[in-house]
Design a protein around this ligand. Sequence first.
Ligand code: UDP
Ligand code: MG
Length: 321
Amino acid sequence: MSAPAAPLLSVVIPIYNEQDALPLTVQRLRPILDGIGETYEVVGVDDGSTDDTAAVLTLLQSRWPQLRVVRLRRNSGHQAALTAGLHRALGQYVVSIDADLQDPPEKIVEMLALAREGYDIVQGVRDDRSSDTFFKRSTAGAYYSLMHRLVGREIPKHAGDYRLLSRAAVDALTSLPEAQPVYRLLVPWLGFRSTSVTFQREERVAGSTKYPLSKMVRLAVDSITNFSAAPLRLATWMGLGSFVLAFFLGVYTAIEQVRGVTVPGWSSLFVAVVFFGAVQLVCVGLLGEYVGRIYSAVQGRPAYFIGSDSADLADVVEVPA
Ligand code: UDP
Ligand code: MG
């Protein structure tokens, strides 16, 4: 099969169980892309949806020739779905956008204009998160300030995965051998010339969030371990702290002993044993997080599998992460 001609713009949409949101998203996105008046493609990545998303995509595709559908064999997560899309996007500029219309697609026009001025990265930044729940806002706030500290670089606050990347930036990203990429950290780290557009994060049009607490924790742990070995150093600091504490306690006990005072000690002993047991378990756990990641990096398994029913027949090969 001959390779399709590269369009100017690719729009990558990771999709997981979005049967209700998809038709609305397409309804709003299509006129905008048609209105730009350039060649474009839309790469919809079905991240192993279990609802009717697959059928909805097939239907949409029959009416929208620019829509390519990549089906992953099983749910691999938002970032992996994004990876699959980035690997397949052919455009000179690639925009990644959520399927639930929380990222207003109108901003693509603005992003493209900035990219044509020479920016390799145009990051979408939420200027307020009032449409998110209080819980999401506060956890996100904590996430970004922690990341800023760990990565040691300016991480655009409230920058999600709505952004435009130039071909050079996409190639740089997809050539990284990361098993668990966290794009919002990797993209600024690349060091390309970048700018941002602000937007109001809207309410999800339909369905419910696909980021339950467990996935948010996963993303946070991935983010930390991807960029920093600082947690490993925590063990050293805690060990040193305990050593100093133990030293002074020892001196104190010895003095009391000499003065003939019996040190009543059962409860403090018990607390100390439990405390240090906990500290050690936390340290072993932290170590485990890193060892686990080394293990999966050594295994080198692909981050996702393309399903054999993928309608995007141009390339059904599996690309390792
Ligand atoms: N998504 C995905 N795989 C997943 C979870 C989410 O492809 O395992 C997609 C989802 O369909 C949406 C985007 O990632 O297009 C962001 O997810 P969601 O809107 O649920 O996250 P939130 O906006 O609540 O953070
Ligand atoms: Mg959303």
